[in-house]
Design a protein around this ligand. Structure first.
Ligand SMILES: C[S@@+](CC[C@H](N)C(=O)[O-])C[C@H]1O[C@@H](n2cnc3c(N)ncnc32)[C@H](O)[C@@H]1O
Length: 282
């Protein structure tokens, strides 16, 4: 068995996003952490300036992505999905919220071993885990063994559809590296009645407002998290073509701006920085 890549230097970012969800009323209060509050406070002045000058900031696109993934997940559950796997769950409250709302749901949360342990402890302390709501470890770069995607998906019923989510993960890696995972995922989803993949992605479309700012932010985040933050796509067409080549049968790129009238999501002044990608394997 080969040792998968160690990417745990990224994990602290989950404290920040976890605090954003808690501050915005998306989490039960027990999801708040001291580390998250500290990072949230430290970034507050930059967030204020970003909002005033650019008409949008990190919190804007975090909330856009989180609420849009929630929206698609609600729709897929209403359409009959009963199994969800959330990879790189961090301190996201989604599993807790959805399990409370949908008693028919099986929900597996997964993250690197340390973060998974932390989440498991948190949810156990608050008595919210059950047979149908579990936390187990994964490393998306493990090809076999207990940390592999195959092991996680092996806990589910392949005769039923499944939704796999990654949020706040894929742009920490260059396209060639994360594509290995996407190809593995598309192949694994073929075993299910239907497999749907939802992820956020930060594109770098020419003409996007603050193109250079976004590139600079990426470099900064890459340095702090010791990862190779990358922007993968330059157009929706390129995105769709790429995922079809990796084995997804149908693919849609959702722009948060198309949901402004419909969902209570914060609005950006210009073209939103984030997209939600949805790939299906039949
Ligand atoms: C920005 S946080 C996002 C957390 C959560 N999804 C959210 O939106 O609040 C990134 C997460 O990716 C996880 N992660 C980093 N490398 C990973 C890997 N190789 N496999 C699985 N998860 C990983 C980190 O531990 C961290 O929880």
């Amino acid at each position: 068995m080969s040792e998968p890549q160690d990417t745990s230097s990224i994990s602290f970012t989950a404290l920040y996003t976890g605090h954003v969800w808690a501050k915005d009323g998306l989490s039960a209060p027990f999801f708040r952490t001291r580390g998250g509050a500290f990072l949230y406070g430290a970034l507050a002045p930059f967030e204020y300036v970003g909002r005033q000058i650019a008409g949008g900031n990190i919190r804007t696109f975090l909330l856009q992505r989180h609420l849009l993934i929630d929206h698609r997940l609600h729709q897929l559950i209403e359409d009959g999905v009963t199994q969800v796997v959330e990879i790189a769950c961090g301190l996201s409250p989604r599993g807790h919220r959805f399990c409370q709302q949908y008693p028919q749901l099986t929900y597996i949360e997964t993250d690197l071993p340390d973060m998974a342990r932390r989440k498991q402890q948190l949810l156990t302390e608050h008595h919210v885990l059950s047979e149908r709501h579990k936390v187990i470890p994964i490393n998306i770069f493990a090809d076999d063994g207990d940390l592999s995607l195959a092991h996680v998906l092996g806990q589910l019923d392949t005769n039923k559809p499944v939704v796999v989510i990654t949020e706040g993960l894929v742009n920490y890696f260059p396209l060639a590296v994360i594509s290995e995972f996407w190809r593995k995922l598309a192949t694994a989803l073929q075993r299910f009645a239907r497999g749907i993949y939802l992820t956020d992605n930060y594109p770098l479309y020419q003409g996007m407002p603050f193109y250079h700012t976004l590139k600079g932010l990426g470099r900064l985040l890459g340095a702090i998290s010791r990862s190779q933050v990358g922007f993968h796509f330059h157009s929706d067409e390129q995105t769709i073509g790429h995922f079809q080549q990796l084995g997804f049968d149908a693919f849609t790129v959702h722009n948060p701006a198309d949901f402004y009238g419909q969902l209570p999501i914060p609005q950006t002044r210009g073209n939103p920085m984030v997209r939600i990608l949805e790939g299906t394997v039949f």
